[in-house]
Write a protein that binds this ligand. Structure first.
Ligand code: PEP
Length: 249
Protein backbone atom coordinates (compact mmCIF):
# COMPACT_ATOMS: atom_id res chain seq x y z
CA UNK A 1 0.00 0.00 0.00
CA UNK A 2 1.39 3.41 -0.97
CA UNK A 3 1.95 5.68 1.98
CA UNK A 4 2.24 9.37 1.15
CA UNK A 5 5.50 10.88 2.39
CA UNK A 6 4.94 13.17 5.36
CA UNK A 7 7.17 16.01 6.50
CA UNK A 8 6.35 17.80 9.73
CA UNK A 9 8.16 20.83 11.09
CA UNK A 10 8.09 21.24 14.86
CA UNK A 11 8.98 24.84 15.62
CA UNK A 12 8.80 24.15 19.37
CA UNK A 13 8.85 27.22 21.65
CA UNK A 14 10.60 29.47 19.13
CA UNK A 15 9.88 32.57 17.14
CA UNK A 16 8.56 36.09 17.09
CA UNK A 17 5.78 37.35 14.83
CA UNK A 18 8.40 38.64 12.42
CA UNK A 19 10.33 35.37 12.42
CA UNK A 20 7.33 33.13 11.81
CA UNK A 21 6.21 35.41 8.98
CA UNK A 22 9.68 35.11 7.46
CA UNK A 23 9.61 31.31 7.67
CA UNK A 24 6.14 31.24 6.09
CA UNK A 25 7.38 33.44 3.24
CA UNK A 26 10.35 31.13 2.62
CA UNK A 27 8.04 28.12 2.55
CA UNK A 28 5.56 29.83 0.26
CA UNK A 29 8.29 30.57 -2.27
CA UNK A 30 9.67 27.02 -2.29
CA UNK A 31 9.43 24.71 -5.25
CA UNK A 32 8.65 21.32 -3.78
CA UNK A 33 6.93 18.12 -4.95
CA UNK A 34 3.15 18.38 -5.16
CA UNK A 35 0.66 17.49 -2.46
CA UNK A 36 0.08 14.16 -4.20
CA UNK A 37 3.67 13.24 -3.35
CA UNK A 38 4.27 14.84 0.03
CA UNK A 39 2.15 16.12 2.90
CA UNK A 40 3.75 19.11 4.63
CA UNK A 41 2.63 20.21 8.09
CA UNK A 42 4.35 22.85 10.20
CA UNK A 43 3.77 23.34 13.88
CA UNK A 44 4.25 26.86 15.25
CA UNK A 45 3.63 27.71 18.91
CA UNK A 46 -0.08 28.14 19.74
CA UNK A 47 0.07 31.94 19.67
CA UNK A 48 1.27 31.97 16.06
CA UNK A 49 -0.99 29.23 14.70
CA UNK A 50 -3.58 31.47 13.15
CA UNK A 51 -1.14 33.93 11.62
CA UNK A 52 0.91 31.12 10.08
CA UNK A 53 -2.22 29.35 8.87
CA UNK A 54 -3.46 32.55 7.23
CA UNK A 55 -0.12 33.19 5.51
CA UNK A 56 0.78 29.71 4.32
CA UNK A 57 0.05 28.46 0.82
CA UNK A 58 -2.86 26.03 0.62
CA UNK A 59 -0.80 22.87 0.11
CA UNK A 60 1.00 23.35 3.45
CA UNK A 61 -0.89 22.72 6.66
CA UNK A 62 -0.48 23.53 10.34
CA UNK A 63 -0.41 21.53 13.55
CA UNK A 64 -0.62 22.51 17.20
CA UNK A 65 2.15 21.16 19.42
CA UNK A 66 -0.20 19.83 22.09
CA UNK A 67 -3.79 19.94 23.29
CA UNK A 68 -5.70 19.20 26.47
CA UNK A 69 -6.68 15.61 27.20
CA UNK A 70 -10.44 16.19 27.20
CA UNK A 71 -13.09 18.86 26.77
CA UNK A 72 -11.99 22.33 27.85
CA UNK A 73 -13.11 24.03 31.05
CA UNK A 74 -11.34 24.90 34.28
CA UNK A 75 -7.84 23.96 33.07
CA UNK A 76 -5.84 27.18 33.24
CA UNK A 77 -3.23 27.51 30.53
CA UNK A 78 -4.48 24.60 28.45
CA UNK A 79 -5.79 24.64 24.87
CA UNK A 80 -8.59 22.21 24.01
CA UNK A 81 -9.01 20.09 20.92
CA UNK A 82 -12.33 21.87 20.37
CA UNK A 83 -10.52 25.22 20.17
CA UNK A 84 -8.14 23.89 17.55
CA UNK A 85 -11.06 22.58 15.52
CA UNK A 86 -12.80 25.93 15.91
CA UNK A 87 -9.73 27.68 14.48
CA UNK A 88 -9.54 25.27 11.56
CA UNK A 89 -6.26 23.70 12.74
CA UNK A 90 -6.22 20.19 11.24
CA UNK A 91 -3.29 18.56 13.04
CA UNK A 92 -1.85 18.22 16.54
CA UNK A 93 1.44 16.75 17.79
CA UNK A 94 0.90 14.61 20.88
CA UNK A 95 3.37 12.88 23.19
CA UNK A 96 6.53 14.71 22.16
CA UNK A 97 9.44 13.47 24.28
CA UNK A 98 10.03 16.95 25.67
CA UNK A 99 6.52 16.88 27.16
CA UNK A 100 6.87 13.28 28.29
CA UNK A 101 10.14 14.09 30.07
CA UNK A 102 9.66 17.66 31.30
CA UNK A 103 5.94 17.57 32.04
CA UNK A 104 5.71 13.92 33.09
CA UNK A 105 3.23 12.91 30.41
CA UNK A 106 2.73 9.17 30.87
CA UNK A 107 1.98 6.63 28.15
CA UNK A 108 -1.62 6.44 29.39
CA UNK A 109 -2.08 10.21 29.39
CA UNK A 110 -0.66 10.40 25.86
CA UNK A 111 -3.00 7.58 24.76
CA UNK A 112 -5.98 9.44 26.24
CA UNK A 113 -4.94 12.65 24.50
CA UNK A 114 -4.55 10.97 21.14
CA UNK A 115 -7.97 9.33 21.46
CA UNK A 116 -9.68 12.56 22.51
CA UNK A 117 -8.08 14.65 19.77
CA UNK A 118 -9.09 12.08 17.14
CA UNK A 119 -12.62 11.97 18.52
CA UNK A 120 -12.89 15.73 17.92
CA UNK A 121 -11.78 15.35 14.31
CA UNK A 122 -8.13 16.34 14.61
CA UNK A 123 -5.36 14.41 12.88
CA UNK A 124 -2.57 13.37 15.20
CA UNK A 125 1.21 13.08 14.97
CA UNK A 126 1.83 10.71 17.89
CA UNK A 127 5.43 10.67 19.14
CA UNK A 128 7.26 7.73 20.66
CA UNK A 129 10.92 6.95 21.27
CA UNK A 130 13.49 5.56 23.67
CA UNK A 131 16.16 7.30 25.74
CA UNK A 132 19.86 6.55 25.29
CA UNK A 133 19.86 4.51 28.50
CA UNK A 134 16.95 2.41 27.24
CA UNK A 135 18.67 1.85 23.88
CA UNK A 136 21.93 0.86 25.54
CA UNK A 137 20.14 -1.59 27.80
CA UNK A 138 18.53 -3.22 24.75
CA UNK A 139 14.97 -2.19 25.55
CA UNK A 140 14.25 0.07 22.56
CA UNK A 141 11.52 -2.12 21.11
CA UNK A 142 9.92 -2.82 24.49
CA UNK A 143 9.75 0.93 25.18
CA UNK A 144 8.29 1.97 21.84
CA UNK A 145 5.89 -0.99 21.89
CA UNK A 146 4.60 0.04 25.33
CA UNK A 147 4.17 3.64 24.14
CA UNK A 148 2.32 2.46 21.03
CA UNK A 149 0.22 -0.03 23.01
CA UNK A 150 -1.05 2.78 25.25
CA UNK A 151 -2.36 4.44 22.08
CA UNK A 152 -3.80 1.27 20.54
CA UNK A 153 -5.74 0.61 23.73
CA UNK A 154 -7.69 3.83 23.21
CA UNK A 155 -7.73 4.18 19.43
CA UNK A 156 -9.50 1.96 16.93
CA UNK A 157 -9.38 4.09 13.80
CA UNK A 158 -5.79 4.77 12.70
CA UNK A 159 -6.67 6.64 9.50
CA UNK A 160 -5.76 10.01 11.00
CA UNK A 161 -2.68 8.98 12.94
CA UNK A 162 0.94 9.43 11.90
CA UNK A 163 3.37 7.67 14.22
CA UNK A 164 6.61 9.61 14.80
CA UNK A 165 9.53 7.50 15.99
CA UNK A 166 11.85 9.96 17.67
CA UNK A 167 14.72 8.47 19.65
CA UNK A 168 15.23 10.87 22.55
CA UNK A 169 19.02 10.67 22.19
CA UNK A 170 18.72 12.01 18.65
CA UNK A 171 16.43 14.96 19.35
CA UNK A 172 18.24 18.27 19.19
CA UNK A 173 21.61 16.58 19.71
CA UNK A 174 22.97 16.43 16.18
CA UNK A 175 23.27 12.64 16.67
CA UNK A 176 20.95 11.32 13.99
CA UNK A 177 20.01 7.64 13.92
CA UNK A 178 21.72 5.82 11.09
CA UNK A 179 19.40 4.85 8.25
CA UNK A 180 19.80 1.22 9.39
CA UNK A 181 18.88 2.06 13.00
CA UNK A 182 15.80 3.99 11.89
CA UNK A 183 14.73 1.28 9.44
CA UNK A 184 15.14 -1.44 12.06
CA UNK A 185 12.81 0.25 14.54
CA UNK A 186 10.29 1.33 11.89
CA UNK A 187 10.14 -2.20 10.50
CA UNK A 188 9.70 -3.69 13.99
CA UNK A 189 7.00 -1.14 14.75
CA UNK A 190 5.15 -2.03 11.59
CA UNK A 191 5.34 -5.70 12.55
CA UNK A 192 4.08 -4.80 16.00
CA UNK A 193 1.13 -2.94 14.47
CA UNK A 194 0.48 -5.93 12.20
CA UNK A 195 0.38 -8.37 15.10
CA UNK A 196 -1.43 -6.17 17.59
CA UNK A 197 -3.73 -3.97 15.53
CA UNK A 198 -4.08 -5.47 12.06
CA UNK A 199 -2.54 -5.92 8.63
CA UNK A 200 -4.36 -2.98 7.07
CA UNK A 201 -3.32 -0.50 9.76
CA UNK A 202 0.28 -1.77 9.64
CA UNK A 203 0.43 -1.34 5.87
CA UNK A 204 -1.20 2.08 5.73
CA UNK A 205 0.04 3.93 8.83
CA UNK A 206 2.84 6.35 8.18
CA UNK A 207 5.81 5.90 10.50
CA UNK A 208 8.02 8.96 10.31
CA UNK A 209 11.46 9.51 11.83
CA UNK A 210 12.51 12.45 13.98
CA UNK A 211 15.82 13.34 15.57
CA UNK A 212 18.48 15.65 14.08
CA UNK A 213 17.18 15.30 10.53
CA UNK A 214 18.77 17.88 8.24
CA UNK A 215 19.32 18.67 4.59
CA UNK A 216 22.40 16.46 4.45
CA UNK A 217 21.08 13.25 6.04
CA UNK A 218 17.45 13.23 4.90
CA UNK A 219 17.90 11.53 1.50
CA UNK A 220 19.46 8.37 2.85
CA UNK A 221 16.92 8.10 5.66
CA UNK A 222 14.05 8.69 3.23
CA UNK A 223 15.29 5.83 1.06
CA UNK A 224 14.54 3.29 3.81
CA UNK A 225 11.42 1.29 2.96
CA UNK A 226 9.69 1.84 6.30
CA UNK A 227 10.62 5.50 6.76
CA UNK A 228 7.56 7.38 5.54
CA UNK A 229 8.76 10.88 6.28
CA UNK A 230 10.14 13.06 9.04
CA UNK A 231 9.33 15.15 12.05
CA UNK A 232 11.93 17.90 12.03
CA UNK A 233 12.77 20.24 14.89
CA UNK A 234 15.76 22.58 14.54
CA UNK A 235 16.09 22.33 10.77
CA UNK A 236 12.40 23.18 10.27
CA UNK A 237 13.20 26.78 11.26
CA UNK A 238 15.76 27.06 8.48
CA UNK A 239 15.58 27.15 4.66
CA UNK A 240 17.03 23.60 4.61
CA UNK A 241 13.55 22.39 5.62
CA UNK A 242 12.80 22.72 1.90
CA UNK A 243 15.58 20.24 1.07
CA UNK A 244 14.00 17.85 3.58
CA UNK A 245 10.61 18.18 1.89
CA UNK A 246 12.33 17.45 -1.40
CA UNK A 247 13.60 14.14 -0.01
CA UNK A 248 10.08 12.88 -0.77
CA UNK A 249 10.72 12.93 -4.51
C1 PEP B 1 11.74 17.21 17.42
O1 PEP B 1 11.75 18.01 18.32
O2 PEP B 1 10.68 16.61 17.14
C2 PEP B 1 12.97 16.98 16.67
C3 PEP B 1 13.03 15.95 15.88
O3 PEP B 1 13.99 17.88 16.87
P1 PEP B 1 15.39 17.97 16.07
O4 PEP B 1 15.08 17.78 14.61
O5 PEP B 1 15.91 19.33 16.37
O6 PEP B 1 16.25 16.86 16.58
Amino acid sequence: MARKFFVGGNWKCNGTTEEVKRIATTLNEAEVPSEDVVEVVVSPPFVFLTVVKSLLRSDFHVAAQNCWVRKGGAFTGEISAEMLVNLGIPWVIIGHSERRALLNESNEFVGDKVAYALSRGLKVIACIGETLEQRESGSTMAVVAAQTKAITEKVTNWENVVLAYEPVWAIGTGKVATPAQAQEVHCELRKWLHDNVGAEVAASTRIIYGGSVNGANCKELAAQPDVDGFLVGGASLKPEFIDIIEAAA
